[in-house]
Design a protein around this ligand. Structure first.
Ligand code: GAR
Length: 205
């Protein structure tokens, strides 16, 4: 199995979806390590309950030295033999150091149909715009935030009476489907060139 590291900052539900998928004998990836930049991330406990090694490498331990923080993360990933990195609700901006070290081998999940709504508060912004379709995207990470070749997307309807919470829940259910599928599509193969994505799924539910 291809060894995968997951970076989180909080709840870790996408991380858990990846761990659960990887527990299947026929899934091509195994989760070797989970790292959180916050010591209080609930996801760390969930990972350990699944028997996955989980480390906190808090950004605040490094003060303003983002390079040193990322060097520590990079070293931990390499020590664990990781070949691919999945960002799963990792809410700290990356510097080019980590992005370049893992070019073509680092994935992110974002709660919108990119290139619509990069950044924060995607569900509120979709509702405010009157969007009728919303969704989520798995993409390769490049230096630009929430940008990069798209590997998988899922669309959901925006329904009358939706709140930010109800829309977020509908999207999150799809995140948990497409992230394991997109990771499986990458593993086993050599690093995907940064300019070539894989078009995967589009289940409009
Ligand atoms: C997910 O909805 C993920 O798409 C989003 O944060 C949430 C994390 O939830 N990520 C971003 O907004 C990154 N730009 P989780 O910790 O339960 O997976």
């Amino acid at each position: 199995k291809t060894r995968v590291g997951i970076l989180i900052s909080g709840r870790g539900s996408n991380m858990q979806a990846l761990i659960r998928a990887a527990e299947a004998a026929d899934y091509p990836a195994g989760i070797a390590l989970v790292i959180s930049n916050r010591a209080d991330a609930v996801g760390l406990d969930i990972a350990r309950q699944h028997g996955v090694p989980a480390l906190a490498i808090p950004g605040r331990d490094f003060g303003a030295d983002r390079a040193a923080h990322e060097a520590a993360i990079d070293a931990a990933l390499r020590d664990a033999g990781c070949e691919i990195v999945c960002l799963a609700g990792y809410m700290r901006l990356l510097t080019p150091f980590l992005v370049h070290n893992w070019a073509g081998k680092m994935l992110n999940i974002h709660p919108s149909l990119l290139p619509a709504y990069p950044g924060l508060d995607t569900h509120a912004r979709a509702l405010a715009a009157g969007a009728k379709i919303h969704g989520c995207t798995v993409h390769l990470v490049t230096e630009t935030v929430d940008d990069g070749p798209i590997l998988a997307q899922a669309a959901v309807p925006v329904l009358p009476g939706d709140t930010e919470q109800s829309l977020a829940a509908r999207v999150l259910a799809q995140e948990h489907r497409i992230y394991p599928a997109a990771l499986a599509s990458l593993t086993g193969a050599a690093a995907v060139p940064a300019d070539r994505g894989i078009s995967l799924i589009n289940p409009c539910v």
